[in-house]
Design a protein around this ligand. Sequence first.
Ligand SMILES: [Zn+2]
Length: 330
Amino acid sequence: MNKNNFNECGVVQDLLPLYYDNACTPASRKMVEQHLMICEKCRKTYEELKNTTIDTVMESESAGILERHARKERNMAYKAGIVIAFLLLVPIVITFIISVNNGGGLGVFAVLTASMMLAASLVVVPLVSRQKRMIKSILTSVISLLFIFFFVDQMNGGGQFILWSIPTIFGLSIVFFPLVIRNIALPPVLSDKKALIMMTWDTLWLFLTIFEVCNHSGDVEGMRAGYTVSLILMTGVWFVFLIARYLPVNVWIKAGMISIIGCIWTVFTNDVYVYFMEHKKQLTILATDFSDWSNTTCYNANVFTLTLIFGGIIGGLLLMYGIINMKRKR
Ligand SMILES: [Zn+2]
């Protein structure tokens, strides 16, 4: 490569952007083309320039199109939300006029308003809001539902509102609380305790539901049975939860512990329940007799024993595998 050639490369490389944009004089153009035919280095530079330019242009254009599209979509959703909201208002206004003209109470009007609120929470809220649509929609729906309960209850003489609300909130919580808590920002102290908060919340609502349902019907015996069953149930659930979430061991050890606890729980729950409810000490498993599957007591005892044996073996194997794995890692 002589000095002249080196200079030409510099000039050509300066010209390449102009050449690419079709913006240089015919003479320069010709010079660039001739040079590219003989100089591989400049040809490479030109190829690179072409590629990066195309990529950037494509990228920025598609991003622009997507952004415009998204904005258009958002605007349309917003307008649709407003229109639907107005449509929902029509029956409310009509009912209001009718109730006032007939001199009747506003009960039907209130129920209808609350129903429209529910519809709006499910349709308008997701269309109109920009962020956290799901959470807003869920919360406004639940509030609207409670309004409906309240007004319907008022129309029917009152007194049932809490009875209806507590089990409803409990049922909805089981389905929606995980979604809601996953998507909200909590203070740093609480942000890694979302599962714990959810478990506590569900447990409280379970006990509240049992209390309210039994208290309302004055069923003391039912309440005792309900609390006994749910205490046994929730103890098992909490055990499994705490092991799965907080025990600092590997997944095999957790699985082993959970299957062993699961077996023990299955086998002895009924005995514990009988002890608390009827003050009878019994151990179903003692009636195990593998030659007799005809009477219920033996049958249950046989199944429980098999559960304990096989569950114990599986759990034990998982535990062993987990412990070996943990030692190997250290
Ligand atoms: Zn060159």
